[in-house]
Ligand binder design. Sequence first.
Ligand SMILES: [Zn+2]
Length: 240
Amino acid sequence: MSEDRFQRLLSLQDHDTRIDQLRHRHDTLAERAVLAASQDACRQLGDRQEARRTELRELQRNLKRNEDELAALEDRTKREYDRLYSGEITGTRELLTLQEEVDGLRSRCSDMESDALELMEAIEGIESEVGTLGASLAEANAEVVSAQQQLTEAEATVQAEIGQQTAARSTEAAGIPEDALADYEGLRARMGGVAVARLRNGTCEGCHLALSAMELDRIRQAPADKLCHCEECGRILVRA
Ligand SMILES: [Zn+2]
Protein backbone atom coordinates (compact mmCIF):
# COMPACT_ATOMS: atom_id res chain seq x y z
CA MET A 1 0.00 0.00 0.00
CA SER A 2 1.58 3.24 -1.14
CA GLU A 3 1.83 6.36 0.99
CA ASP A 4 -0.74 7.92 -1.28
CA ARG A 5 -3.11 5.19 -0.18
CA PHE A 6 -2.47 6.03 3.46
CA GLN A 7 -3.43 9.58 2.66
CA ARG A 8 -6.53 8.18 0.98
CA LEU A 9 -7.38 6.32 4.19
CA LEU A 10 -7.03 9.52 6.16
CA SER A 11 -9.13 11.37 3.62
CA LEU A 12 -11.73 8.57 3.72
CA GLN A 13 -11.78 8.92 7.49
CA ASP A 14 -12.29 12.70 7.19
CA HIS A 15 -15.23 12.22 4.83
CA ASP A 16 -16.78 9.52 7.02
CA THR A 17 -16.36 11.66 10.13
CA ARG A 18 -17.94 14.56 8.30
CA ILE A 19 -20.82 12.34 7.13
CA ASP A 20 -21.35 11.12 10.72
CA GLN A 21 -21.43 14.72 11.92
CA LEU A 22 -23.85 15.70 9.17
CA ARG A 23 -26.15 12.78 10.00
CA HIS A 24 -26.07 13.81 13.64
CA ARG A 25 -26.82 17.39 12.62
CA HIS A 26 -29.65 16.13 10.41
CA ASP A 27 -31.19 14.25 13.36
CA THR A 28 -30.77 17.12 15.82
CA LEU A 29 -31.69 20.09 13.64
CA ALA A 30 -33.07 22.97 15.71
CA GLU A 31 -35.86 23.19 13.11
CA ARG A 32 -36.96 19.68 14.16
CA ALA A 33 -37.43 20.82 17.78
CA VAL A 34 -39.27 23.94 16.60
CA LEU A 35 -41.61 21.79 14.52
CA ALA A 36 -42.24 19.40 17.42
CA ALA A 37 -42.98 22.33 19.74
CA SER A 38 -45.39 23.92 17.27
CA GLN A 39 -47.15 20.58 16.71
CA ASP A 40 -47.42 20.20 20.47
CA ALA A 41 -48.93 23.68 20.84
CA CYS A 42 -51.40 22.83 18.09
CA ARG A 43 -52.40 19.59 19.78
CA GLN A 44 -52.91 21.34 23.11
CA LEU A 45 -55.08 24.05 21.52
CA GLY A 46 -57.06 21.37 19.69
CA ASP A 47 -57.60 19.46 22.94
CA ARG A 48 -58.72 22.60 24.75
CA GLN A 49 -61.10 23.49 21.93
CA GLU A 50 -62.53 19.97 21.91
CA ALA A 51 -63.02 20.08 25.70
CA ARG A 52 -64.83 23.41 25.34
CA ARG A 53 -67.01 22.03 22.56
CA THR A 54 -67.98 19.06 24.73
CA GLU A 55 -68.90 21.48 27.51
CA LEU A 56 -70.87 23.55 25.02
CA ARG A 57 -72.87 20.55 23.79
CA GLU A 58 -73.67 19.63 27.39
CA LEU A 59 -74.93 23.16 28.13
CA GLN A 60 -76.96 23.23 24.92
CA ARG A 61 -78.61 19.93 25.91
CA ASN A 62 -79.39 21.40 29.35
CA LEU A 63 -80.88 24.51 27.77
CA LYS A 64 -83.04 22.46 25.42
CA ARG A 65 -84.29 20.38 28.35
CA ASN A 66 -84.93 23.55 30.32
CA GLU A 67 -86.87 25.10 27.42
CA ASP A 68 -88.99 21.97 26.94
CA GLU A 69 -89.79 21.78 30.65
CA LEU A 70 -90.55 25.49 30.77
CA ALA A 71 -92.92 25.24 27.79
CA ALA A 72 -94.77 22.38 29.52
CA LEU A 73 -94.87 24.33 32.76
CA GLU A 74 -96.19 27.45 31.00
CA ASP A 75 -98.93 25.37 29.37
CA ARG A 76 -99.89 23.95 32.72
CA THR A 77 -99.84 27.42 34.31
CA LYS A 78 -102.08 28.75 31.55
CA ARG A 79 -104.53 25.86 31.98
CA GLU A 80 -104.72 26.35 35.74
CA TYR A 81 -105.04 30.12 35.31
CA ASP A 82 -107.86 29.65 32.80
CA ARG A 83 -109.55 27.25 35.19
CA LEU A 84 -109.18 29.81 37.98
CA TYR A 85 -111.07 32.44 35.95
CA SER A 86 -113.42 30.10 34.12
CA GLY A 87 -116.15 30.51 36.70
CA GLU A 88 -116.36 26.72 37.03
CA ILE A 89 -114.85 26.86 40.47
CA THR A 90 -116.85 28.68 43.06
CA GLY A 91 -115.69 27.42 46.42
CA THR A 92 -113.53 30.01 48.17
CA ARG A 93 -111.15 27.42 49.62
CA GLU A 94 -110.85 25.72 46.24
CA LEU A 95 -110.24 29.05 44.51
CA LEU A 96 -107.56 29.97 47.02
CA THR A 97 -105.85 26.61 46.60
CA LEU A 98 -105.90 27.03 42.84
CA GLN A 99 -104.61 30.60 43.10
CA GLU A 100 -101.74 29.35 45.27
CA GLU A 101 -101.01 26.66 42.73
CA VAL A 102 -100.96 29.18 39.88
CA ASP A 103 -98.66 31.43 41.92
CA GLY A 104 -96.40 28.48 42.64
CA LEU A 105 -96.32 27.51 38.96
CA ARG A 106 -95.51 31.08 37.94
CA SER A 107 -92.70 31.21 40.46
CA ARG A 108 -91.28 27.96 39.07
CA CYS A 109 -91.56 29.36 35.53
CA SER A 110 -89.70 32.46 36.63
CA ASP A 111 -86.93 30.34 38.22
CA MET A 112 -86.62 28.31 35.05
CA GLU A 113 -86.41 31.47 32.96
CA SER A 114 -83.57 32.67 35.16
CA ASP A 115 -81.84 29.32 34.73
CA ALA A 116 -82.30 29.56 30.96
CA LEU A 117 -80.75 33.04 30.94
CA GLU A 118 -77.78 31.80 32.93
CA LEU A 119 -77.34 28.87 30.58
CA MET A 120 -77.54 31.17 27.54
CA GLU A 121 -74.89 33.46 29.02
CA ALA A 122 -72.62 30.50 29.74
CA ILE A 123 -73.18 29.19 26.20
CA GLU A 124 -72.30 32.58 24.72
CA GLY A 125 -69.13 32.73 26.82
CA ILE A 126 -68.01 29.27 25.73
CA GLU A 127 -68.93 29.92 22.09
CA SER A 128 -66.73 32.99 22.16
CA GLU A 129 -63.93 30.94 23.77
CA VAL A 130 -64.28 28.24 21.09
CA GLY A 131 -64.01 30.99 18.47
CA THR A 132 -60.88 32.49 20.06
CA LEU A 133 -59.35 29.03 20.33
CA GLY A 134 -60.23 28.43 16.68
CA ALA A 135 -58.33 31.59 15.67
CA SER A 136 -55.34 30.56 17.81
CA LEU A 137 -55.51 27.10 16.28
CA ALA A 138 -55.43 28.54 12.76
CA GLU A 139 -52.35 30.57 13.69
CA ALA A 140 -50.73 27.54 15.31
CA ASN A 141 -51.47 25.45 12.21
CA ALA A 142 -49.82 28.09 10.04
CA GLU A 143 -46.79 27.93 12.34
CA VAL A 144 -46.64 24.14 11.94
CA VAL A 145 -46.70 24.51 8.15
CA SER A 146 -43.95 27.13 8.27
CA ALA A 147 -41.85 25.07 10.71
CA GLN A 148 -42.29 22.04 8.46
CA GLN A 149 -41.08 24.04 5.46
CA GLN A 150 -38.06 25.31 7.36
CA LEU A 151 -37.22 21.80 8.50
CA THR A 152 -37.53 20.46 4.95
CA GLU A 153 -35.17 23.19 3.70
CA ALA A 154 -32.65 22.59 6.49
CA GLU A 155 -32.78 18.83 5.88
CA ALA A 156 -32.25 19.35 2.15
CA THR A 157 -29.15 21.50 2.83
CA VAL A 158 -27.63 18.84 5.10
CA GLN A 159 -28.60 16.03 2.73
CA ALA A 160 -26.96 17.82 -0.19
CA GLU A 161 -23.75 18.05 1.82
CA ILE A 162 -24.03 14.38 2.82
CA GLY A 163 -24.43 13.59 -0.89
CA GLN A 164 -21.25 15.53 -1.78
CA GLN A 165 -19.30 13.90 1.02
CA THR A 166 -20.56 10.44 0.07
CA ALA A 167 -19.49 10.95 -3.56
CA ALA A 168 -16.06 12.18 -2.48
CA ARG A 169 -15.78 9.25 -0.08
CA SER A 170 -16.54 6.75 -2.86
CA THR A 171 -13.77 8.26 -5.00
CA GLU A 172 -11.30 7.84 -2.13
CA ALA A 173 -12.51 4.31 -1.32
CA ALA A 174 -12.00 3.24 -4.94
CA GLY A 175 -8.27 3.89 -4.54
CA ILE A 176 -7.89 1.76 -1.41
CA PRO A 177 -7.20 -2.02 -1.53
CA GLU A 178 -10.10 -4.27 -0.59
CA ASP A 179 -8.49 -5.77 2.54
CA ALA A 180 -7.42 -2.38 3.92
CA LEU A 181 -10.94 -1.10 3.34
CA ALA A 182 -12.44 -4.10 5.17
CA ASP A 183 -9.99 -3.51 8.04
CA TYR A 184 -10.98 0.16 8.08
CA GLU A 185 -14.74 -0.55 8.10
CA GLY A 186 -14.40 -3.13 10.89
CA LEU A 187 -12.39 -0.72 13.01
CA ARG A 188 -14.80 2.12 12.36
CA ALA A 189 -17.68 0.00 13.64
CA ARG A 190 -15.75 -0.99 16.77
CA MET A 191 -13.98 2.30 17.48
CA GLY A 192 -16.83 4.79 17.53
CA GLY A 193 -16.37 5.81 13.92
CA VAL A 194 -12.66 6.64 13.94
CA ALA A 195 -10.55 3.88 12.37
CA VAL A 196 -7.49 5.81 11.23
CA ALA A 197 -5.19 7.95 13.33
CA ARG A 198 -2.04 9.85 12.61
CA LEU A 199 1.09 8.83 14.43
CA ARG A 200 2.69 12.09 15.43
CA ASN A 201 5.67 12.55 17.73
CA GLY A 202 5.33 8.96 18.87
CA THR A 203 1.73 9.44 19.92
CA CYS A 204 -1.39 7.90 18.38
CA GLU A 205 -3.79 10.74 17.66
CA GLY A 206 -6.70 8.30 17.96
CA CYS A 207 -6.26 7.39 21.62
CA HIS A 208 -3.65 10.06 22.46
CA LEU A 209 -1.37 7.52 24.07
CA ALA A 210 2.39 7.45 23.47
CA LEU A 211 3.63 4.28 21.84
CA SER A 212 6.48 2.38 23.46
CA ALA A 213 9.96 2.87 22.03
CA MET A 214 9.96 -0.76 20.97
CA GLU A 215 6.66 -0.40 19.15
CA LEU A 216 7.80 2.81 17.46
CA ASP A 217 10.89 1.07 16.34
CA ARG A 218 8.87 -1.85 14.96
CA ILE A 219 6.65 0.57 13.01
CA ARG A 220 9.63 2.50 11.71
CA GLN A 221 11.17 -0.68 10.38
CA ALA A 222 7.97 -2.03 8.85
CA PRO A 223 7.73 -1.86 5.06
CA ALA A 224 6.23 1.44 3.86
CA ASP A 225 3.18 -0.28 2.42
CA LYS A 226 2.32 -2.28 5.57
CA LEU A 227 -0.72 -1.32 7.60
CA CYS A 228 0.36 -0.74 11.20
CA HIS A 229 -2.03 -0.57 14.12
CA CYS A 230 -1.83 1.28 17.41
CA GLU A 231 -0.95 -1.21 20.13
CA GLU A 232 -3.29 0.58 22.55
CA CYS A 233 -6.46 1.23 20.57
CA GLY A 234 -5.94 -0.91 17.49
CA ARG A 235 -6.55 1.92 14.99
CA ILE A 236 -4.70 2.05 11.70
CA LEU A 237 -1.74 4.33 12.14
CA VAL A 238 -0.69 6.68 9.39
CA ARG A 239 2.88 7.75 9.82
CA ALA A 240 2.96 11.52 9.62
ZN1 LIG B 1 -4.24 4.54 19.55
